[in-house]
Design a protein around this ligand. Structure first.
Ligand SMILES: C[S@@+](CC[C@H](N)C(=O)[O-])C[C@H]1O[C@@H](n2cnc3c(N)ncnc32)[C@H](O)[C@@H]1O
Length: 323
């Protein structure tokens, strides 16, 4: 007999279920809704980050090539606008490939602070960067940039870098909230941000439905991750990748469609899916140049300069955060 029972306390017959992780809680809440939805930030474990890197190399995926081209062409002007002795904070740094262009051109960058939710991958990338640039102070920050987070102190001017049109994953209200927080964080400095543009829907459709099926694997990584981390039993063949451009919302929507009526276990719960029901896994909003500049100004930035490619596919904005 245990001491507890001896004292007459109630001994639970079964251990209470552990509190679900943030990912588990978000999946349970999102899959409980009439329109099932999960934030795109949960794609990004290490496998998700690696799959995203493969997407950036695909022939159909124009954003990375176009943005890199813009940065390469205008890097001297960008470096002049950023100025010397800046601390560079990259939001959603991923592979940190694009920042190399800036670091080569900047005058005496003080430090590079990549922020990402995909912690293991972030540390791997930061380690490689330290090896190739031993003179640069690299301070990786594992954080969710949709919430407030702390930055290392220091008196250097802060410059934000937010490439890849990751801002497009937010709806308008969340984009505005992010930009407002960024404007406060970067006071006295600025933000260099890549924004994908409204264009021919066929071009957009191809970019999110690549022939090699890498975007499909990236989308399904959400289920793979849930199976590994949340004791879920998603059958990957029972869900299909579905991405399309919604012109009235000016956004790509990415979904996982249930191909049959089925029940899935997750965190000890059973989730019902009707045939054809979808989980909305990502939105990617597309902007006009004027529309995005207006949003940035509403958030407290001054829109100083915009660079676009000749085909009007993508834009890079330089926004100043007043003193
Ligand atoms: C679309 S990828 C862009 C990667 C890279 N910046 C580029 O331009 O190719 C989005 C990146 O943001 C990170 N990310 C997504 N949501 C995040 C969040 N809420 N907080 C922090 N990082 C996030 C992902 O892990 C990923 O590295």
């Amino acid at each position: 007999m245990t001491d507890l029972a001896f004292r007459g306390d109630v001994v639970p017959l079964r251990k209470p279920a552990p509190e679900p992780s943030e990912f588990g809680a978000a999946m349970l809440a999102g899959l409980d809704r009439a329109n099932k939805w999960v934030s795109a930030k949960f794609f990004y474990d290490t496998a998700g980050s690696q799959l995203f890197d493969r997407i950036t190399e695909l022939p159909e995926y124009y954003p990375t090539r176009t943005e890199m081209g813009l940065l390469q062409t205008h890097v001297q002007e960008i470096a002049r606008l950023i100025g010397p002795d800046a601390t560079l904070i990259e939001f959603g740094a991923g592979s940190s490939r694009k920042v190399a262009l800036l670091l080569d051109a900047l005058e005496r960058p003080r430090a590079y602070e990549p922020v990402d939710i995909s912690g293991e991958y972030l540390h791997e990338v930061a380690k490689k960067l330290r090896e190739t640039r031993p003179a640069l102070a690299v301070h990786p920050i594992v954080a969710d940039f949709t919430k407030p987070f702390a930055l290392p102190g220091g008196d250097a001017r802060r410059i934000g870098f937010f490439p890849g049109s990751t801002i497009g994953n937010f709806d308008r209200a969340d984009a505005l909230a992010f930009l407002r927080r960024a404007a406060r964080m970067l006071k006295g400095g600025g933000l260099l941000i890549g924004v994908d543009l409204v264009k021919d829907p066929a071009r957009l459709h191809a970019a999110y439905n690549d022939a090699a099926g890498v975007t499909e694997a990236f989308n399904k990584n959400l289920l793979v991750r849930a199976n590994r981390e949340l004791e879920a039993d998603f059958d990957l063949d029972a869900f299909a990748h579905y991405a399309f451009y919604n012109p009235s919302m000016r956004r790509i929507e990415m979904h996982l469609v249930s191909l049959t009526t089925q029940c899935v276990s997750l965190c000890g719960r059973r989730i019902f899916f009707a045939e054809g029901e979808t989980i909305h896994t990502e939105s990617s909003y597309k902007y006009t140049v004027e529309g995005f500049a207006a949003l940035a100004e509403e958030a407290g930035f001054v829109s100083r300069k915009v660079w676009c490619d000749a085909g009007g596919l993508f834009s890079v904005h330089w926004l100043e955060a007043g003193a």
